[in-house]
Design a protein around this ligand. Sequence first.
Ligand code: SF4
Length: 344
Amino acid sequence: MTKQIKIGNLYIGGGNKIAIQSMLTCSLKDYEKAKNQTLQLQKAGCDIVRFTVTDQACCKNIALLKSETNVPLVADIHFDANLAILSIENGADKIRINPGNFPKDQLKKVIDCAKSYNVPVRIGVNGGSVEKELAKNCSLEQALFNSLANQVKAIENLGFYNLVLSAKSSSVQQTVNLARLLAKNFDYPLHVGVTEAGPFEQGAIFNAVGIGSLLLDGIGDTIRVSLTADPIKEVEVAKTILSATGNFGGATFVSCPKCGRCSQDLEQYATVVYNHVKGLNKDIKVAVMGCEVNGPGECSTADLGMACGKGKVAFFKKGSVYKTVDEKDALKLFLQEIDDFDVN
Ligand code: SF4
């Protein structure tokens, strides 16, 4: 099991709930925009919000953002050690540094500051910014691992152990290999995700395969789905990955693929019901099935289900039909049944 690390008011690692994180797509200098996006992410279920810090104006807004939101805030720092210090002094709950572009001679003063504020540091290496010297004589995977391992050692030599680690690539296979290597060699919490994974469709699938493989192996304490898209979508995909791997306590949804037995608009039913249940904080399994002949039996483990008939829709619980309603009223009534369902 990994070590437990505290980020603001949230614990990760050590068997705690796997935290979802995402990143602001706007600059923190554009404060109102940054605040609104943070609040939207928080509402969508994002546990940790990260943003890039490019200058002192960003650092100053961290304190303001912290006072107006309620989610751990992480400052992403490249190149400039002073910005890392200023971010911590202004209330960042964690900082992320990248050995590929962080000045080594400045490391001690940043670590001293993190130590005095008890702020964790993520060492995050990426395929796109690997240290060139290290990449000369070995594979990218090995170079990334060596880069991260060297920095862990340098920081541990300063007496600091409040670390989170990540090693990412745009290749799913490399990301998975690297995370497995980190899990084997370190007990710090791991941040996992496939980086630069592309727009929604490709990015969601690449991350589902990469993050999903790792979570099924018990690797990963916090996840970030990287998409060239609205970050709210990153959170939604992350929740679905957690649900698929048995790491999410909310509602689960199943629907059949439909065949010639179904004469109703099953896709519409499934879309509406799915969108209704996906945000529910309720331990319920809901099914939308295409026919009342096979539907309830095929989905007998569902707490609640609907199955289409001729102009009618049957509602079932645990495989047994308990009510039949007209097709035109079915959706509205079924959503009500879900809301009224007592999970106890
Ligand atoms: S539940 Fe009915 S409609 Fe859906 S795939 Fe099975 S047989 Fe076909």
